[in-house]
Design a protein. Structure first.
Length: 273
């Protein structure tokens, strides 16, 4: 092998390790561009989200759930009873540029705590429109909302007897053709309905009945948030499981292995006519 050939081989060997680094750089750039093109992915990946909430994505599946409900960054969206702000951490940045986000928080149910949550990050939550419910419901114009979401709240309405009035409010807020998205703990249909008043679980048929009585059309369901490990027969109700873990350290490992509750994900529509 002549001298020129040896130099060429040596130069090629020195360059080889550079190529994966260049490819890696392209991948990172592409990932950032992907988030820029996908506002939902960017909102879910927002650095303002708390790590404890991010850890629950595997149970709550925010990207798939919001996609199922048809949430877009240019919509007017209401979340009923955002409480601790789990979904606010995603919806606020998602809707901040082109949409409107109303947080419809019941009076007396962590309203002050939610105000504190919003005030802690004004750069992220400064555009959130907090509306105490039902006292200031009129702050949201009737018939102006594209999508109304409620996550794990209808069982509370059923337990305190406010379900009919609250569903009517939902109906009035939505535009014709607007979507009501519901996620809640699922009670098997064969169980005693009396459990709906104490366990935190509800039957799918119960929520469908409430929505349809208010005038909504049933669109469909998804198993995005299902958990077949949850038997829904716990002595202390759904709060036995994480994240509440009402039994404390007793059998904690067992409940953590089961994970969060089995949840129904239901979609309803206000008739367009």
């Amino acid at each position: 092998m002549n001298r020129l050939a040896r130099q060429s081989l040596l130069l090629a060997g020195l360059l080889l390790p550079v190529l994966p680094l260049a490819a890696q750089h392209v991948d990172h750039a592409g990932h950032g561009a992907s988030h820029a093109r996908d506002p939902m992915a960017a909102a879910i990946a927002a650095p303002s989200r708390t790590p404890a909430n991010v850890a629950r994505d595997k149970y709550r599946h925010p990207a798939e759930t919001l996609a199922f409900f048809g949430v877009r960054p240019d919509q007017t969206v209401v979340e009923y009873s955002p409480s601790g702000g789990w979904y606010t951490e995603i919806l606020a940045p998602l809707l901040s540029a082109k949409g409107t986000f109303y947080a419809l928080q019941p009076v007396g149910r962590n309203l002050d705590g939610y105000k504190t949550f919003l005030a802690a990050k004004p750069d992220v939550y400064g555009k959130v429109k907090l509306v105490p419910f039902p006292d200031q419901l009129s702050l949201i114009p009737a018939g102006s909302v594209d999508t109304l979401l409620t996550f794990r709240n209808i069982h509370n309405m059923v337990m305190n007897g406010t379900e009919a009035a609250t569903f009517k409010s939902f109906y009035d807020l939505l535009k014709p053709g607007g979507i009501l998205g519901v996620v809640d703990h699922r009670l098997p249909e064969a169980r005693d309905s009396a459990l709906e008043k104490t366990s935190g679980y509800l039957k799918v048929s119960t929520i469908r009945r409430l929505a349809q009585a208010a005038g909504f059309e049933y669109v469909g369901s998804s198993e995005i948030n299902a958990n077949p490990k949850d038997t829904a027969d716990w002595e202390k109700g759904v709060w036995t499981l994480p994240p509440t873990l009402r039994n404390g350290e007793v059998d904690k490992a067992r409940y953590l292995a089961i994970g969060e509750s089995d949840r129904m994900t239901l979609k309803f529509r206000k008739p367009a006519s």
